[in-house]
Design a protein around this ligand. Structure first.
Ligand code: SAH
Length: 488
């Protein structure tokens, strides 16, 4: 396996000489493909199969008769393919090509090859090439089969149709953003279906009509998108759609790399990370960036972890956009409470345990002191604290002082829904100690209530919940609950 990625490349071989060493069936297949690409194949082998012989007679290919010689790597050769069934010859060809700085492919030998020939799905001028880096050709083959099903021949016709009008389309929509929107509309419209039914004239007419009708300048806008909690599968279809269309993506630090990989490759990615403790990009700066890019006519995605309207300052951002007359949309996301609970096996409500759910921010001292703790200590409810890692001791004190039993179960979910998720379980009384023991770090979500204990039984994702060691928890349980006065 290669430890670096191959550089993908589509080569224009028209009128260029390519040396193929070998005269059997494999060589014949390669030569057919080269001829389709307009190359001038030169085949070197002591003997040729009947088809290749016929081609040589018709002068479609040139035959160098004999065993491989370095002289075959003449100055006019652009590429080399070794397709013999003799490993020594193949090696010699690869080595000689390397000497001459020619790219050589050795059929079925990724390690010896300086270039690989990918598995290809062809739809007219549209070619989709697949490579596993030479390590897993079988996987590439399966991917190819799936892609074959996803794109029918109409896509090839579409590429041809649009290709003929390329210059006219560029002239009509000089603005990149407008051009992209035009294509989006075109592809979502009935064009492909017309091509599928072989209504070629109607398809052409439709294209011309779209060219006349589509706007030639883009109006910028902002889509506030919730990215979910980390697992890219938690993105909504609308979120994916927005990410595919974005020109600029302003994303939080909490948004996972896997999610960002699903976005349009050539979008500008700007991290405007905010963390509870660390450095932050001031909110005003985020506002200024949204404004600048939207006013320049770009499609801006403001991408936030979880949901933008749950402790995400999405409200402030929309108020700002509204004040400045920038159009916007909102795509909801799966907030941490829902994702972490699901991935930890904690039903947030349960007929036997909780009929209420409260989402609470434990971000700063002020907000902690102004919370309605007696209400939070009421029975038969589930509390979910966001941004609470630094305030666990305070949360414990407040809840105990307000009358919540020391034995109330808690669960801390760190990196919920991500591959490194950890769940730490215990009783309210030992909350900060247990968290410290396991070095729980942000981002983590605190769930307090009877339902938290169900994680021990219902967990299904990653490792089972971690607990404080037996001795430790029984020791702590003996100490009497502190009062707020103790802590002050
Ligand atoms: N808008 C976000 C919340 C932002 S506040 C949402 O709807 O989820 C940031 C807090 O969310 C973190 O401090 C943490 O408590 C919680 N959080 C976000 N993602 C998390 C994750 N993958 N695992 C655990 N907690 C997470």
């Amino acid at each position: 396996m290669l430890d670096t990625a191959l550089f993908p490349l589509f080569a224009d071989l028209r009128g260029r000489a390519v040396l193929v060493v070998g005269g059997g069936a494999v060589a014949e297949r390669k030569i057919q493909a080269l001829l389709r690409a307009g190359a001038l194949p030169r085949v070197g082998a002591p003997q040729l199969g009947p088809a290749l012989q016929a081609m040589a007679r018709n002068l479609r290919i040139q035959w160098l008769q004999g065993s491989f010689s370095e002289h075959w790597l003449a100055d006019d050769i652009w590429l080399v393919i070794a397709a013999t069934d003799d490993a020594i010859t193949n090696q010699a060809v690869a080595a000689a090509a390397h000497q001459h700085r020619l790219f050589a492919n050795v059929v079925d030998d990724a390690a010896l090859s300086a270039f690989h020939v990918p598995a290809v799905v062809e739809r007219g001028p549209l070619q989709i090439a697949i490579s596993s880096g030479g390590g897993a050709p079988m996987v590439a083959r399966h991917v190819r089969r799936r892609i074959e099903l996803m794109f029918d021949q109409a896509w090839g016709q579409l590429a041809t149709l649009v290709g003929h009008r390329r210059a006219a389309i560029r002239k009509r929509f000089p603005d990149m953003g407008a051009r992209r929107q035009f294509f989006d509309r075109l592809i979502e419209g009935p064009l492909l279906d017309l091509l599928r039914r072989r209504q070629d004239d109607a398809a052409e007419a439709r294209l011309l009509q779209e060219m006349a009708d589509a706007p030639t300048a883009t109006a910028g806008s902002v889509v506030l998108v919730g990215a979910g909690s980390g697992d890219p599968g938690l993105l909504t279809l609308n979120a994916l759609h927005a990410l595919n269309r974005a020109d600029v993506i302003l994303h939080d630090r909490l948004v996972s790399a896997e999610v960002l990989q699903l976005a349009r490759r050539d979008a500008d990615f700007i991290e405007v990370g905010k963390s509870a403790q660390g450095h932050s990009t001031a909110q005003e700066h985020i506002h200024a960036l949204m404004l600048e890019h939207a006013r320049a006519g770009r499609q801006v995605v403001r991408l936030k972890g979880g949901d933008a309207f749950v402790f995400g300052r999405g409200g402030e951002e929309l108020q700002f956009l509204r004040t400045h007359g920038i159009p916007y949309q909102v795509v909801p996301g799966i907030t941490a409470a829902l994702a972490c609970a699901a991935y930890a096996g904690i039903p947030l409500t349960h007929r036997d345990h909780a009929q209420q759910l409260r989402l609470v921010t434990a971000h700063c001292r002020d907000s902690l002191d102004t919370l309605d703790w007696p209400a939070l200590a009421a029975p038969r409810q589930t509390l979910v604290f966001y941004m609470g890692v630094a305030a666990l001791e305070k949360i414990r004190q407040h809840l105990l002082a307000a009358g919540l039993p020391a034995s109330t179960p808690f669960a801390l979910v760190e990196n919920g829904s991500r591959s490194d998720q950890r769940v730490v379980r215990g009783q309210l009384n030992t909350l900060p100690d247990t968290a410290q023991q396991h070095r729980v770090q942000s981002p983590a979500l605190l769930v307090v209530g009877e339902v938290a204990a169900l994680a021990d039984e219902l967990h299904w994702f990653g490792a089972p919940p971690l607990h404080a060691p037996e001795t430790f928890s029984s020791l702590s349980a003996q100490t009497s609950p502190p009062t707020l006065a103790d802590a002050a």
